[in-house]
Design a binder for this molecule. Structure first.
Ligand SMILES: C[S@@+](CC[C@H](N)C(=O)[O-])C[C@H]1O[C@@H](n2cnc3c(N)ncnc32)[C@H](O)[C@@H]1O
Length: 276
């Protein structure tokens, strides 16, 4: 039984960081690939209203999108994210989920697959995306879907954003990392992860390092000084098979600003950007 609802967390610091980078990388891919096959394994329902029993409950968006939405700096990744949101939301009464972000920047030649296992969220997603035509929405397990669909002959762009409400999610991510050469060698993959426990996070990253995957970038954005705090202390992304030469420089500039805006403690642990 799935109890997680992304509505409680939508627009928080983790969403802001992941959506800025996901959009940047999708737009970068668009420059070299006119027909992207995209898979969002964990889609959510696509639209999160600020005035709702979900977003209103913990108001996590106040530590995320609300802190960055009036950004006046020059970082192009942040500016592009904010202008994409205003194009999507118009009256600005909701925060868009990953399926709407990508549907709004994709063109008709792209094929977009959205998996959502939770029946109610799936039904809402179908309703919220009904104006887009180049998409397929599945009430399916996103991990199973990519293992059946992706093969090493074809280039897919895969976004993997589990809730990690069950430990299984870490094991499934591990299974993907173990099959990069077999199945995903031509595909570009973005995997999001939360930083909840520092020791467990260190060993998660160490394990990945040991796999010797040839092209894997790790971004991690702490929002506090890493320690024994309860809850999410930051979050990160694993970026696999992205090789554009400007990526590291562009990510560094963006992450530096994102952390400065979103951090909740002055002495927050420094962000990480490295090849594993
Ligand atoms: C973190 S939320 C996704 C947020 C979304 N990617 C975004 O950025 O707006 C995770 C979603 O995955 C769904 N889910 C959980 N396990 C799943 C699975 N194995 N396959 C597909 N969806 C799953 C949950 O119901 C939840 O809606």
């Amino acid at each position: 039984m799935l109890s997680y609802k992304h509505g409680y967390h939508a627009g928080n610091h983790a969403d802001v960081m992941k959506h800025i980078i996901m959009l940047y990388l999708y737009n970068l891919e668009k420059k070299v690939n006119n027909s992207i096959s995209y898979i969002d394994t964990h889609s959510g329902n696509g639209i999160y209203k600020y005035i709702s029993k979900y977003m209103d409950k913990n108001k996590e968006y106040k530590e995320g999108i609300k802190k960055i939405q009036n950004y006046k700096g020059n970082n192009i990744l942040i500016k592009n994210y904010l202008s994409t949101i205003s194009k999507i939301t118009g009256k600005n009464n909701f925060y868009p989920g990953s399926p709407i972000f990508i549907s709004s920047v994709a063109n008709v030649k792209d094929k977009l697959f959205f998996c959502e296992l939770h029946k109610n969220e799936y039904e809402l997603l179908k309703k919220n995306l009904n104006k887009y035509t180049n998409i397929k929405i599945l009430n399916a397990d996103g991990f199973n879907f990519i293992f059946n669909k992706v093969n090493k002959e074809k280039n897919y762009f895969v976004f993997i954003d589990p809730s990690y409400e069950i430990k299984d999610d870490f094991e499934k991510v591990e299974e993907i990392l173990n099959n990069i050469d077999n199945l995903f060698s031509k595909s570009k993959i973005i995997i999001w992860y939360p930083v909840l426990n520092i020791l467990e996070n260190d060993s998660f990253i160490q394990n990945i390092r040991k796999k010797g995957i040839s092209n894997i970038i790790n971004v991690e954005v702490p929002i506090m000084n890493y320690g024994d705090n309860v809850g999410m202390q930051g979050s990160g992304l694993l970026l696999i098979n992205f090789s554009n030469r400007s990526i590291m420089k562009n990510l560094k500039e963006a992450i530096h600003e994102i952390q400065n805006i979103l951090k909740q403690e002055e002495n927050s642990t420094r962000f990480k950007l490295r090849y594993l």
